[in-house]
Every structure is written in structure tokens, then in C-alpha cells.
Ligand binder design. Structure first.
Ligand code: ARG
Length: 458
């Protein structure tokens, strides 16, 4: 049975159910490494400031390093009878080094300790998430590059719209992910604040050096207000929001691929490694991994709401409610950290059905805006050109006709501005080549963008 850090004021003990309900060791044991890291910096500072003896400081650091090594080796086992990971490490340390262990908690409280541990956890994991996003971007850019010549139908309202390069759509995903990365970088900047040394809420009468701890732990700055330091979890809310947005992006990418892999679309094939079969329908190959990435992204906005509601209306400063920030945080961080590399693997295994796509991109409907632009370039107003092409499309639909099959005489019945060269517009390659606005699907522009990303993501 691990001794509580607050026992002596009490005569009675916590009821069994209270223990079960209040103990956080089962989930906050994930903070073990960061708890040691923060405690080492704290112990060194206490020693350097002469608040504890050099010998005590050395003993503390030695013991904590030993525990840290166990955590790293995977041989650390938390004691479920400890209230939380901070209590557990404190008690393990005492077993290792004896009486000096009692000096570790000088000039700190669990209120500033826990939030500092969580900040260290976040910074570590944010770096990892950022590099996982980059890994996904690399995988998508490779896929785009390998299929640079491929043209696909693009959609609005999931109705056929215009032809684009497959690479153009892939680079749309890369742009989305780049902004996601930016949000994590931003969140990391605000997570990188040293809250240790704020103590319970008001600071300490002992001569600590908080900036020294800031430096040792690699934080960007020292929290300027001890009450703010122990009170807020806005940095977690910000991270969950960045995760929710990334998850939303991943779910949309999954949805596109899921549509493309249907037998009705049949644009691509997903590797067997990411699909499963049906227990009743022998012909089925289901894109389960993509569906589960799409499905798992639902949890993020839920967790984000949980944290916003958890924190809303709490009085300053620390409240035990805040212990519940951790299941939400860990869940989201772990889930997104699985989703990102999985998505990258899926892209590495996609085969494009070129023969199918070649047939799909020739439908004349894709070129209506190009014809419209043709008339505008010859001086017609945009509105009139829209009406003209609209009438042509309607006639074609009503009479089962094709614009490409119309004689020049027939074309001129719609507008005298039509010449023979108009019919060149009715091919997908001309359609994409013809685009010239910045950021368009023009192949030279897409190539330039691809090259930019290849260089940037090296
Ligand atoms: N386990 C707690 C948490 O996660 C930290 C302990 C602070 N407890 C306290 N009574 N001040 O927030």
C-alpha cells in the first residue's frame, strides 16, 4: 500500500469506492517519464540554490534517473495502490534512496507538478505528430508524382464538375495537412511554458530559481503568474482542437478514397493490407481501415467538447476536476498518432485504374466552363455565355446529342462567335492545359507545386 502524500491531517481513511473513483494512477502512469524529467530538474535546482544539500540533490537525481531508465526500458510497473503517478514515483524513490526522497517535494505541489508533466508530454508528442503529418505528406506527394499524368473527374455536390490532374487533388490534401502542422507548431509554442515552481498557487517563500528549471527542461519561458500556471488547461484544449481539425481532414481524404474504390467509381485499388472481406458476400473487399480512420475522427470533437465543458465555469485555481483532462488528451494523441502513419501506408499501396479514368474524363459535361470562357474571351458577357452554353447542354441532354458532333452551322445557331476551333476544347488534356490562373490544375503549375513540396518535405 503506497502512503498518501497528505495523510497526517486525517484520522479516517478514504473509502474503497472513493479510492477507486479518485485514483488516476491507471491512466496518469503514462506521465512517469515526464514526472522523472521534471523532478530531476527541480532537484538539481534545489541543490544549486542551497535549498537542499548537494548530497541530497545528487541522491535524488540518481534515484530518479534509475526510475526513468526503467520507464524507458519498459520495466517500470506502477503500483495500483498509489493515488497517482506522482505519489507512486515518490514512494519508489524512497525505497531506492531512503530519507533524502522526502526532500524532493520541497517548493512544489502536485498542482504545478502535474501540469508541468502534462506540458512535457504534450511537447514530446506534438513533435511526433508534426513529423507523422510530414510523413503522410511525403507519401501523398510520392503518389501524386508517380501518377502525375493521370486526369480525374472532380466533384462539387458529388456531381461531376470538371477534369483535374489527380496530382492537383493530392496536393490539396498536402496543403490542408500543412495548415494542420502549423496549428500543432502554434500549440507547441503555448505549451512550452514552465509552470513548475508555482507551487500550490501563490509561489513559495523558499529561494527557488524558476528560470533555471525552465532552462533545464527546455521550456521557452517561465509562467509569469503562479495562479494562471496551476489553473489553466487551455493548451490542452488547443491541442485537441488541432487534432480535431486534422481528424476532420483525414476523414475527408478517407471519404474520397472510399468513393473512388467503389465498383461504381472504380478509380483506384487499395492494397489488401488495408481491406477486409465479408462473412457472407464472398465477392466483397471493404476499405475498413479507411472507414475506421473516418470513424475514429468522430472521437476528437467529442473529446474537445469534454475538455471545454470540464474547464468551463471552474473557479481559479486548481480543482480536482482537472484530473480528467488526461484520459481525453491521451486518447486523442494516441489515436491521431496511429491514424497518420496508417494513412501514409494506404497511399503507398494505392493503384490507379488508368484505363477506367481515361474513359471517364472524356464526358463533354466536364468542359462546359471551358466553352463558356471561350465565348467570354470573344467578347460575350459572362451571363450571356452561361445562358448560351446552358441551352446547348439542355439540347444535348434532351436529344441525346453531343457538342462534338454538331456541325459549325449548328454551333452558330447558339452563337455566331463559335468557330471550328471550339471543338478542341472538348478534350480533357486541353481543358487542364487551358487553365492559367495561379493555383489552378494547369500541368506546369501542378508540376511546379509538386517540385516545391518535394524539396520542402525532403
Ligand atoms: N492527480 C491529480 C491530477 O491529475 C494531481 C493531484 C493534485 N491533487 C490535489 N489534491 N491537489 O490533477
Amino acid at each position: 500500500m503506497v502512503e498518501k502524500l497528505w495523510g497526517s491531517r486525517f484520522t479516517g481513511s478514504l473509502s474503497k469506492l472513493s479510492e477507486k473513483f479518485t485514483f488516476s494512477i491507471a491512466y496518469d502512469s503514462k506521465l512517469a517519464y515526464y514526472d522523472c524529467q521534471a523532478s530531476i530538474a527541480h532537484a538539481e535546482m534545489l541543490g544549486e540554490q542551497g535549498i537542499i544539500t548537494r548530497k541530497d540533490a545528487i541522491d535524488l537525481v540518481k534515484g530518479l534517473r534509475k526510475i526513468m531508465a526503467e520507464v524507458e526500458a519498459g520495466t517500470f510497473h506502477y503500483d495500483p495502490s498509489a493515488e497517482d503517478i506522482h505519489t507512486d514515483i515518490q514512494s519508489k524513490l524512497k525505497k531506492l534512496i531512503g530519507k533524502s526522497a522526502d526532500r524532493l517535494h520541497t517548493a512544489r505541489s502536485r498542482n504545478d507538478q502535474v501540469v508541468t508533466d502534462v506540458r512535457l508530454y504534450c511537447l514530446d508528442n506534438l513533435q511526433n505528430i508534426i513529423s507523422l503529418i510530414e510523413g503522410l505528406q511525403i507519401s501523398i506527394v510520392r503518389f501524386a508524382d508517380a501518377n502525375y499524368d493521370v486526369m480525374i473527374p472532380a466533384y462539387t455536390h458529388l456531381q461531376s464538375a470538371q477534369v483535374v490532374l489527380l496530382a492537383h487533388q493530392m496536393l490539396a490534401y498536402v496543403e490542408m495537412l500543412e495548415r494542420d502542422k502549423g496549428r500543432f507548431e502554434d500549440a507547441a509554442r503555448r505549451a512550452s511554458i514552465n509552470t513548475l515552481g508555482a507551487c500550490a498557487l501563490s509561489g513559495t517563500t523558499l529561494p527557488t530559481d524558476r528560470d533555471l528549471v525552465t532552462k533545464k527542461l527546455g521550456f521557452r519561458e517561465t509562467a509569469a503568474n503562479s495562479m494562471d500556471a496551476v489553473s489553466d488547461r487551455d493548451f490542452i484544449i488547443e491541442i485537441l482542437s488541432a487534432i480535431a481539425i486534422t481528424g476532420m481532414h483525414l476523414s475527408r481524404i478517407c471519404e474520397d478514397l472510399i468513393i473512388w474504390v467503389t465498383s461504381e467509381f472504380n478509380f483506384i485499388v487499395i492494397d489488401d493490407a488495408f481491406c477486409t472481406g465479408s462473412s457472407i458476400m464472398p465477392h466483397k473487399k471493404n476499405p475498413d481501415v479507411l472507414e475506421l480512420i473516418r470513424g475514429s475522427s468522430a472521437r476528437f470533437p467529442g473529446r474537445l467538447m469534454e475538455l471545454l465543458v470540464l474547464m468551463k465555469g471552474l473557479p481559479l485555481t486548481y480543482n480536482r476536476d482537472m484530473q480528467m483532462d488526461k484520459p481525453a488528451l491521451f486518447d486523442c494523441v494516441e489515436t491521431i498518432s496511429d491514424m497518420l502513419p496508417l494513412m501514409a501506408q494506404v497511399f503507398a499501396g494505392i493503384k490507379v485504374r488508368n484505363e477506367v479514368l481515361k474513359e471517364r474524363v472524356v464526358a463533354e459535361q466536364f468542359f462546359s466552363v471551358d466553352i463558356l470562357d471561350y465565348l467570354v474571351k470573344k467578347g460575350m458577357s459572362y451571363r450571356d455565355a452561361h445562358d448560351t452554353v446552358g441551352a446547348m447542354v439542355k439540347d444535348c441532354l434532351d436529344r441525346g446529342k453531343k457538342i462534338s458532333a454538331m456541325s459549325i452551322g449548328e454551333l452558330k445557331r447558339y452563337s455566331m462567335l463559335f468557330e471550328d476551333d471550339m471543338r478542341y476544347l472538348l478534350t480533357p488534356a486541353v481543358s487542364v492545359q487551358g487553365k492559367r490562373s495561379a493555383g489552378s490544375t494547369n500541368p506546369a503549375m501542378v508540376r511546379a507545386q509538386l517540385n516545391k513540396w518535394k524539396k520542402r518535405l525532403k
